[in-house]
Design a protein. Structure first.
Length: 95
């Protein structure tokens, strides 16, 4: 493949990773999910971020939609954690 073809492929890969990164970003810390957990309303956040929100606001509700919940309803999102792990590997390989 020509050098220009390699550059085009790298640019496309980078654009796709950027788009995926947007979807794998915690809306509280604005970083890639760390230990993602989901709420009953289906919103997901980093565990430390959502627990920190509960402590700061002294309310047990989703930071986005304000749906009330119990702490026991905050559950690990193993599928999202796997996607984040694969994303991080892809980013490392593309660097």
């Amino acid at each position: 493949m020509s050098p220009d073809g390699d550059h085009d492929k790298a640019a496309i890969t980078s654009a796709r990773l950027d788009k995926l990164a947007e979807q794998l970003t915690c809306s509280i810390c604005c970083d890639t999910f760390e230990n993602p957990h989901s709420l009953p309303c289906q919103h997901s956040f980093c565990y430390d971020c959502v627990v920190g929100c509960f402590k700061v606001t002294a309310t047990m509700q989703c930071p986005l939609c304000k749906q009330p919940m119990w702490m026991r309803q905050v559950t690990p999102n193993h599928v999202l954690a796997g996607i984040v792990s694969a994303f991080r590997e892809a980013v490392a390989e593309s660097s």
